[in-house]
Design a protein around this ligand. Structure first.
Ligand SMILES: Nc1ncnc2c1ncn2[C@@H]1O[C@H](COP(=O)(O)OP(=O)(O)OP(=O)(O)O)[C@@H](O)[C@H]1O
Length: 239
């Protein structure tokens, strides 16, 4: 369970996130939805303990500010852009397994699971966008963390790669992982999220089940009607 209570993040005098509260129940998936600059990445960075903030954030009861190291051990993070090392796919995964002190066989198991089994010997720099994202998911899963935090997981992927990755994430949710992700893609939200937190200008504008977004065009073109009126939203915060 991830609990965010009255989160505010200031950069100098600029308020990037303002009094945001929401909850990600264990085993569920919650999407932070909003346009560029809405405050999604900033919120995720605070959950990960990578930025100072006002308010309170806990992960499985652990306080992010006071128990940051323990919290980060429970979270697998998939960033928007994965920095790749000058190594093969297998070498990178094995390296991460070593860092997290998990048996090296885990690298092989993960490669297979994310569908990169046949290309372990490829230099990571030659991977397609979809393969990179699957490698990022594999790296996040090395220590089998209960919570996954993903920042725009299918951004910049073509339709096929996007669907492959989404299938992977849906499978992870079914396996019981708790998932918090940032998105501005309707298809991703509809397929994966149990709850959607709509953010605008650093504030929660509305929240509710993704079916409430079903009017949106899944292709992401010609969206977005965020108007909560007449829709089953709870606003401004999750109950
Ligand atoms: N280090 C920083 N210093 C100053 N302002 C920042 C910093 N990081 C983010 N911001 C500002 O905070 C606001 C929220 O940014 P954030 O990256 O959280 O938005 P976002 O919803 O994730 O958008 P995107 O999809 O573009 O990443 C933006 O106005 C951004 O310019």
């Amino acid at each position: 369970m991830v609990e965010v209570e009255h989160l505010t993040k200031r950069y100098g005098r600029f308020v990037a996130v303002s009094d945001v509260s929401f909850r990600v129940p264990a085993g569920s998936a919650v999407a932070l939805w909003g346009h560029n600059g809405a405050g999604k990445t900033t919120t995720l960075r605070c959950v990960l303990g990578l930025a100072s903030f006002e308010g309170r954030i806990t992960v499985d009861g652990l306080d992010v500010r006071r128990q940051g190291r323990e919290v980060r051990r429970r979270i697998g993070y998939v960033p928007q852009h994965l920095a790749l090392y000058d190594m093969t796919v297998s070498q990178i995964l094995s390296f991460f397994c070593g860092l997290r002190k998990v048996p090296p066989e885990r690298a092989h198991e993960l490669l297979e699971w994310v569908g990169l089994g046949g290309i372990g010997s490829r230099p990571a720099g030659t991977l397609s966008g979809g393969m990179r994202q699957r490698l990022a998911v594999a790296l996040a899963l090395v220590a089998d963390p209960p919570v996954l935090v993903l920042d725009e997981p299918t951004a910049n992927l073509d339709a096929r790669a996007r669907q492959d990755l989404l299938d992977l994430l849906v499978a992870l949710r079914r396996k019981g992982h708790t998932i918090l992700f940032a998105s501005h893609r309707p298809g991703e939200v509809l397929d994966l999220a149990d709850q959607v937190i709509v953010m605008e200008d650093g504030k929660v504008k509305a929240s509710g089940p993704p079916q409430a977004l079903a009017r949106l065009d899944r292709s992401g073109v010609g969206v977005v009607d965020f108007e909560p009126e007449g829709m089953p939203w709870t606003s401004p915060r999750l109950a």
